[in-house]
Ligand binder design. Sequence first.
Ligand SMILES: *Cc1c(COP(=O)(O)O)cnc(C)c1O
Length: 388
Amino acid sequence: MSINIEFAERLKQLPPYLFLAIDEAKRKAIAEGRNIINLGIGDPDTATPPHIVEALKKAADDTANHHYAFDAGMPELRSAIAVWFQKRFDVSLNPDNEIYPLIGSKEGLAHLPLGIINPKDKVLLTDPAYPAYRPTIQFADGKITSVPMKESHGYLPDLKKIAEIKDPKVMYLNYPNNPTAATATREFYEGLVQIAKDKGIILVSDMAYSEIYFEGQKPLSILEVEGAKDVAIEFHSLSKTYNMTGWRIGWACGNETLVAALAKVKTNYDSGIFQAVQLAGIAALNTDEEEIDDMRRMYEERRDCLINGLRSLGWKIPSPMATFYVWAKTPKGFKDSMETAAAFLNKADIVITPGVGFGKSGEGYVRMALTVNKNRITEAVNRLSKII
Ligand SMILES: *Cc1c(COP(=O)(O)O)cnc(C)c1O
């Protein structure tokens, strides 16, 4: 006799999945063989650079790499991260206790709440935000307070309002931002670190897009700000920089106690990253900067192609300075972001992401990813010229 199996309460409490209807329509369209242009997903379409793939192949042949890895990662990987960080941000990190490799940054972001949040602790989450944060805060019984980000404020939370919030324990930040493509200013980070110190707030910075920037304007790490290491942990990823989303490798760094809390949770959940992937990660961190520049130029050309094309149709769209996303108000004549996404799919075979999926403040906007080539972007603009 079968027993009555139900999902646990913590799963039942998760909000309904907003993209369900759009996902189903997309699957159906693909199954019907329609020629879909997918501007929906944030997954680079170009290949991992060959020297990284070669490093993996070589390492996979070495039986020394076939065993359980150290939880804390190979010392060589932690050193390579420290060297990279120093060069990129002029911040020194101790590879022994201020850096912790992850099975992708999402993994670390998801496990951190279990190490630092007690039931009912107040967690500040920007709205809109990358959807992966919310469920994991809820799994740790944290209480989420939404901090709206407004276009008029450069999508940076209002520091005065944050200073007025009673007893916040943790705040999440993500610059360059998914979905809005906004970047943080030094003044914002300085002000926030000061408030965090005054009020005892832990800052969790997600910097998955640190290397996807345009016109030479390098995004800042929060750890560049004086005193940030007293309050902040920052998450980095090889996924977007080196086209390695499938490989699962990233790291957390910053405050020693926060890194230790995450490490302690992780030792109870996983057993580290496949060593061959760690060695490939070292090869990735040693990639010629010129190669990364080529990638930036590629996204920049796509950005300009999409934005100039859509502007010529009368759709006002700001030009992002980082990430591979374009975030825009829904075009005139469309009721809301869901209706826009549905119309683009049904009438133009184009997949985009409705802004409301990133939170209430995302309503009225849509996100388009620059992860298809220029010909497809031109084709997308042509198709849209018939419906907007
Ligand atoms: C892609 C993405 C991540 C996840 O990166 P992984 O290292 O592949 O887990 C984290 N944060 C944001 C905002 C992202 O867009």
